[in-house]
Design a protein around this ligand. Structure first.
Ligand code: RIB
Length: 322
């Protein structure tokens, strides 16, 4: 039996708690992304559930018991979010549909190389307030690990990090999308900071175009009091750094058709693996493979492997032991 088998997961006291955004993604393909003022022809349209928080929750639920705290509108898109997350095994006691707000929507263009650009209309995500997290403080205190991103108000991110720290619950912060964070204003008690190369550059003012540069930026971020920094580098893998040094982990090679949500897949899978007791290096490897596999299909969480799909694919992707 795998360490992450669902039958075993059901017995685990620890769960992943993701607090953050949920959207509906309207994604179109195009040969190349348009320049400002330009109209280009599109290919296919995919309407599916996304949002960085919801994506991370779906990825986590493929490896651990997972709960999601967030806000949608009481509208068709909000109902679609609820049905979809439920079908992927995410606990939704703290997903609230607000009558006075619309569900967040992301418009996404994906080019032939699988790269994307995204515009997000936050809608109900902007109504997730610190007091909503306070009202769910027991859920935070009981978690094995808490996962945060920045697609909801920063005040809510800070409040959650404070609560997690007070309860000694490990906390992952994925500083995406970029908001006005700087090294002196990181939330307290972040155990794992997981920026992509763009976010790491913005946080530090350092270049991050190579693994060596990303390692230097990661070291700078450690100086801000974070326990461990993982800079994700897309097809170049990731760099992990802590007080003992920095290490580059290459990516699992795939042919990408759509990279939307790959970073979220990485974060969610990493959190689940830690919650299930995997050593950090193995958790990072699982996350890298899970994220790579997600890029081989269209959409964000629609592309994420289920538990069964991942466990079938992972053994051949795992590094040789010994
Ligand atoms: O990271 C990908 C996600 O960003 C999409 O699902 C979209 O909803 C935006 O939040």
């Amino acid at each position: 039996m795998s360490a992450l088998d669902p039958a075993e997961r059901a017995d685990r006291a620890g769960y992943v708690l993701v607090i953050g955004s949920a959207n509906v993604d309207v994604s179109v393909t195009t040969a190349r992304l348009p320049r400002p003022g330009e109209t280009v022809p599109g290919g296919s349209v995919l309407i599916s559930v996304g949002g960085k928080g919801a994506n991370q929750a779906v990825a986590a639920a493929a490896g651990a018991v997972t709960h999601f705290l967030g806000r949608v509108g009481d509208d068709d898109f909000g109902h679609l979010v609820g049905r979809t997350l439920h079908a992927r095994g995410v606990g939704l006691d703290s997903l609230v549909a607000l009558p006075a707000a619309a569900t967040g929507v992301a418009t996404i263009a994906v080019d032939d190389a699988g790269q994307n650009c995204i515009i997000v209309v936050p809608g109900a995500n902007a109504a997730l307030e610190p007091r909503d997290v306070d009202a769910a403080a027991d859920l935070v205190r009981g978690a094995a690990i808490v996962v945060l991103q920045c697609e909801v108000p920063l005040s809510t991110v800070y409040r959650t990090a404070e609560l997690a720290r007070a309860a000694c619950v490990p906390c992952i912060l994925n500083p995406a999308p970029w908001q006005d964070l700087d090294l002196g204003r990181l939330p307290p008690g972040v155990d794992y900071l997981i920026p992509n190369e763009t976010e790491a550059a913005a946080l530090t003012g350092l270049p991050t175009t190579t693994p060596a540069e990303a390692a230097r930026a990661a070291q700078r971020l450690l100086g801000a009091g974070v326990g461990c920094v993982v800079v994700t580098l897309g097809a170049a893998g990731c760099v992990v750094a802590d007080a003992t040094g920095a290490l580059h982990l290459p990516a699992y090679p795939v042919t990408a058709v759509d990279t939307t949500g790959a970073g979220d897949a990485f974060v969610g899978c990493f959190a689940a693996a830690l919650a299930a007791g995997c050593p950090r290096h193995e958790a990072l490897h699982r996350a890298g493979v899970y994220a790579a596999l997600s890029t081989t299909r269209r959409g964000a969480q629609a592309s994420y492997p289920t538990y069964t799909e991942f466990e079938a694919a992972y053994p051949s992707a795992a590094p040789a032991s010994g």
